[in-house]
Design a protein around this ligand. Structure first.
Ligand code: GRF
Length: 217
């Protein structure tokens, strides 16, 4: 089967993007990272992508002002020009219009640093600590118009330690992110994920044989 052409959308350091690039180096990985697109010209991840020999594109959102639809259309054109089949949001800090989301329905993934539906939005590690959460983690999901919602593809959990700070907890969650994002993209690229009634089935089952929750000590 030809490898699926994937674009990774970033706004920052791009460590999840790097994990996807790394995974896609394996000859049996079902997807190739064909494009890294950033709305920030000096996003750290762009250098990493260039060094890995991956095509990059920058679409600065500022000239578009409040016209999110025009910004999204510009992105869509670039994605189409690169014959992109799947999109991975990886620290991409722009809200997307419902029109753009619809064009990429069940073909656009996002990673969120919390066990959704808990702790949507920003500062997830801080809020998990403040709430006294005992377990925290990360979620890969299909993108829907509502932010940090959408059918869950995979989650990974970490146990919250008594001495955790935002930084230590965030670092452990980030490791989980780097595992579950490539694993999720693999499943989607292989066509093994189906959305039924707003939930993901993997190989036709609610939970894949290997388990969709990756516990990390
Ligand atoms: C990650 O924590 C991701 O879950 C969130 O934004 C952060 C991006 O980090 N959506 P990086 O740019 O992938 O290093």
């Amino acid at each position: 089967m030809p490898r699926k052409r994937v674009a990774v959308l970033i706004s920052g350091r791009g460590s999840n993007m790097a994990a996807l690039i790394e995974a896609a180096k394996a000859s049996d990985y079902p997807a190739e990272i064909a494009l890294v697109l950033s709305n920030i010209a000096d996003a750290g991840g762009l250098d990493t992508a260039r060094k890995a020999g991956i095509q990059t594109a920058i679409i600065d959102h500022k000239p578009f002002g409040k016209d999110r639809a025009a910004f999204d259309r510009a992105m869509h054109e670039v994605l189409i020009a690169h014959r992109i089949e799947l999109v991975c949001l990886a620290g991409f800090m722009r809200l997307l219009t419902p029109e753009f989301v619809a064009l990429w329905k069940e073909r656009m993934l996002n990673i969120h640093p919390a066990l959704l539906p808990a702790f949507k939005g920003l500062d997830t590690h801080k809020r998990a600590l403040e709430a006294g959460a005992k377990v925290h983690g990360a979620t890969v999901h299909f993108v829907v118009p509502e932010m940090d919602a959408g059918p869950i593809i995979m989650q990974g959990a970490v146990v919250v330690r008594p001495d955790d700070t935002e930084a230590t907890l965030g670092a452990r969650v980030l490791k989980v992110e780097h595992t579950i994002y490539p694993a999720s993209l693999k499943l989607v690229a292989e066509g093994r994920v189906q959305v039924v009634d707003g939930r993901c089935l993997i190989d036709g089952k609610p939970v894949p044989d290997a388990g969709a929750l990756i516990p990390v000590a």
